[in-house]
Every structure is written in structure tokens, then in C-alpha cells.
Write a protein that binds this ligand. Structure first.
Ligand code: FES
Length: 206
């Protein structure tokens, strides 16, 4: 169960500084935690709560709303095979079963070497290009079983490392926003706090 490394803690603090309120950084910090460990650990969620001034329950509640934020370990490559209707009609189910046989796992599990997690997913919005799947959310379309075997081989051998970074990688070139460009409260003349930033208690007081 990992907390942020020293470097990522510094980055987390920089990210928090970009927002008028620390809590607004919750989702970017969840992505940072997933990039660090491949999934969002419980310790990371606790630490994010400390950093943004909320509770672990609130961070878990936010994280668990989003399918792409994983609360458990996943493989280096997350393979999402679509078996929804358009893909099913052109062999999506057979493709998924082929992936299960090739990887030696059932959908919803991870290979012993930690290389692949296979998931059976609903429509991924490439219905005219089925059967299709995503590997770490990169699309591979119009696949035959031979294409799938080549894809899994290439991923395992790292031949697609430029195209398909490890699971959790959000950006390989991180944006650095100078302090004078960071989001901050920009009040209208004479204002004390923009309405959209005020808490209920503050609004009642005003
Ligand atoms: S049904 Fe497979 S992408 Fe839409």
C-alpha cells in the first residue's frame, strides 16, 4: 500500500496549488496515484484526503464513481474486450474467449506474471469497427483472432511501448503551469469571494 513518493508528493502539492480550493485537486491526485502504482491504493486515498482536506470516505466515494480509477491491482496492460451487441454480431464474444484461452485467464482476472488484466466490457464507442478492444484505453479495431495474438505478443514484448504506455500513465510529458498562470480566485472589483466558490455557511453569513 503506497503513499506518494517524495517526487510525486511535491507534484501533488503543485497540482493542489493550481486550484482555488484543494478539494478540486482530488481527481488529478487520484490519477497521479494510479500512475505511480498502477492502481489507487487505500493509503493513497487516505493521503489524498489529508492533502486536500477531505475525508478518506469522500475520496473513496469520488474514486469509486469512475470506472477508470482502479481500487485493486491490475496488469501492466488492461485489455477491454467489447462484447456488446454490434461487436457481438461480428465475433466480439469469440474474440474475448480467444483472449481468455491465449492468456489462460477468465475475463475479470489478471495473468500470474501481472502482464495482462482482461475485462469484458460494454460498448466502447467504436461500433462500426468491431470486433474491437482497448489496451490501456488505446483502440484496436476490426480484429481477427490472429490480430489479437499478434497484439498480445507485441504488448508483452514491449514493441508497442510508444503507442501503449503502462496502465495508469496519464501523460508522458507533464504540464508545468507557472505560478502566475495557475488558476486562482480572480475577484470582480470590490468582491470578496466569487459566488461559485462560497460554501453554504459562507453564503448564509453574507
Ligand atoms: S458494441 Fe462494441 S464498440 Fe459498440
Amino acid at each position: 500500500m503506497a503513499r506518494f513518493t517524495r517526487e510525486n508528493l511535491a507534484l501533488a502539492e503543485e497540482i493542489i496549488g493550481r486550484y482555488p480550493r484543494p478539494r478540486s485537486a482530488t481527481i488529478p491526485l487520484l490519477h497521479l496515484a494510479q500512475q505511480q502504482d498502477g492502481y489507487v491504493t487505500e493509503d493513497a486515498m487516505r493521503q489524498i484526503a489529508e492533502l486536500v482536506g477531505s475525508t478518506p470516505a469522500e475520496v473513496i466515494g469520488t474514486s469509486s464513481f469512475y470506472e477508470m480509477l482502479k481500487p485493486h491491482p491490475v496488469g501492466r496492460y488492461l485489455v477491454n474486450g467489447c462484447t456488446d451487441i454490434a461487436c457481438m454480431l461480428v465475433g466480439g464474444q469469440e474474440l474475448l474467449e480467444h483472449a481468455e484461452a491465449t492468456l489462460g485467464i477468465t475475463a475479470g482476472s489478471t495473468t500470474e506474471d501481472g502482464a495482462f488484466t482482461l475485462e469484458d466490457v460494454e460498448c466502447i464507442a467504436a461500433c462500426t469497427e468491431g470486433p474491437c478492444l482497448q489496451a490501456n484505453y488505446r483502440y484496436f479495431t476490426n480484429l481477427t483472432t490472429e490480430d489479437l495474438d499478434s497484439l498480445l505478443d507485441d504488448l508483452r514484448a514491449g514493441r508497442l511501448a510508444d503507442e501503449v504506455p503502462d496502465h495508469g500513465t496519464v501523460a508522458r510529458i507533464r504540464q508545468h503551469i507557472p505560478a502566475d498562470r495557475a488558476a486562482g480566485p480572480s475577484l470582480p472589483e470590490g468582491g470578496t469571494e466569487p459566488a461559485w466558490m462560497a460554501t453554504d455557511a459562507e453564503r448564509e453569513r453574507s
